[in-house]
Write a protein that binds this ligand. Structure first.
Ligand SMILES: Nc1nc2c(ncn2[C@@H]2O[C@H](COP(=O)(O)OP(=O)(O)OP(=O)(O)O)[C@@H](O)[C@H]2O)c(=O)[nH]1
Ligand SMILES: [K+]
Ligand SMILES: [Mg+2]
Length: 385
């Protein structure tokens, strides 16, 4: 039996099994088994489709990257070409784009790399088409655009029905793509669960929790631990509404947490009433890449989601240069990171820095060292030794 077949078998068994006190332990074991099989599928050594993104990797430029993921012909390349000015083949024929096509767009002075990717279909994570190479690239970006075609498929002819169909279809299609990414260890718009599992030499299993366990019970947990052969460990759950999947994610470890925006494309071809309903889908931005509608909102949402930190340099006796920010990533935005982004020698030459802006304690500027954490739109002066 292939790994994909084994996965299918376990999924079927889980679907058939009613969750109750008697089955909890077994369901936990199945969840863990499933995660292990999926890990095999992602492993570069496994055949068929290939999981490494070989041939799909491109040189990375800019401070952050956005990957376009979606079914074929939803308009990914149309959007990418217009946004970046880089040519990526567009046509009404599915699977026009065959590999990663990179481009760059400057947003608020920050160069952002855009990766146009081939279309994926259901079963992509299991090796259908080039799905696994595409998703392997998606694992490396800072933001995913899940691009959807709001025209597909056309619903009922009756208007009221069609309105709902569009909204539900969009959600349904988004879910298929999301499942494919999840199958590859990508978690969208989610933080790593606040759960720790600490292995010990002996002493058995100890489970503690600072929040009520609503979606998982002791038997689920024990079933999962058993399948992972963790017979001596401390499990501490601090995540409200933690699930069995959360625990599996923590034990498996190689999960990647990436923000995502649902880009609902081709709104040029729908009515205002339909558009109003589409706006209800969380984390979504309706656009038309062909007619260039609502692209400003998309770029603003993209900027917010990337959560970048712009820092302006102030040379002695001169005004700060607001046109050329040094752009840093959240979590890597200390004064030292700022120095290194300019030149690797600067941190060594620095005596102190003066910072103005929201990270500074007072308006007249604060004297700080290399470890100081900067905020978006801070102004920094580096004083050399
Ligand atoms: N009406 C309308 N058509 C669009 C829009 N954007 C793209 N299209 C059309 O949709 C078709 C597919 O566009 P592509 O940009 O090639 O789509 P893709 O997602 O890159 O397709 P693959 O690379 O094959 O996955 C083309 O005929 C485009 O002209 C839009 O905003 N509105
Ligand atoms: K196409
Ligand atoms: Mg394309």
């Amino acid at each position: 039996m292939t790994t994909v077949q084994k996965i299918k078998e376990i999924e079927d068994e889980m679907a058939k099994t009613q969750k109750n006190k008697a089955t909890s332990y077994h369901l936990g074991q199945l969840k863990a088994k499933l995660a292990k099989l999926r890990r095999e599928l992602i492993a570069p050594s496994s055949g068929g489709g290939g999981g490494t993104g070989v041939g799909f990797d491109v040189a990375r430029t800019g401070v952050a990257s956005v990957g376009f993921v979606g079914f074929p012909s939803v308009g990914k390349s149309t959007l990418m070409s217009k946004l970046t000015g880089t040519h990526s083949e567009v046509s009404a024929i599915d699977f026009t784009t065959l590999t990663t096509v990179p481009g760059t767009v400057k947003v608020h002075g920050a160069p952002i790399q855009i990766l146009d990717l081939p279309g994926i279909i259901e079963g992509a994570a299991d090796g259908k088409g080039r799905g696994r190479q595409v998703i392997a690239v998606a694992r490396t970006v800072n933001l995913i655009f899940i691009v959807l075609d709001v025209l597909k498929p056309l619903g009922d002819k009756k208007v009221v029905l069609r309105l709902r169909v569009r909204e539900h279809t969009a959600k349904f299609l988004a879910q298929i793509i999301e499942n494919e990414l999840e199958g590859f260890g990508i978690r969208l718009n989610k933080k790593p669960p606040n759960i720790t599992v600490r292995k010990k030499e002996k002493g058995g299993i100890a489970i503690t929790h600072t929040v009520p366990l609503t979606n998982i019970d002791q038997d689920d947990i024990k079933g999962i631990l058993n399948e992972f052969k963790l017979s001596n460990c401390d499990v501490a759950i601090r995540e409200p509404n933690a699930t069995a999947d959360d625990l599996v994610d923590v034990i498996e470890g190689n999960r990647i947490y990436i923000p995502a925006i649902y880009v609902l494309n081709k709104i040029d071809a729908i009515s205002i009433e339909e558009l109003d309903l589409l706006y209800k889908i969380p984390m979504s931005v309706p656009i038309s890449s062909k007619e260039w509608l609502n692209i400003d909102e998309l770029i603003e949402k993209m900027w917010e989601s990337l959560d970048l930190v712009r820092v302006y340099t102030k040379p002695r006796g001169l005004a700060p240069d607001y046109n050329a920010p040094v752009v840093l990533r959240r979590g890597k935005c200390s004064v030292e990171d700022f120095c290194n982004a300019i030149h690797k020698e600067i941190a060594k030459q620095m005596k102190y820095a003066i910072v103005w802006g929201s990270s500074a304690k007072h308006a007249r500027g604060q004297k700080v060292g290399l470890e100081h954490i900067l905020e978006d739109e801070d102004v920094v002066h580096i004083s050399k030794k």
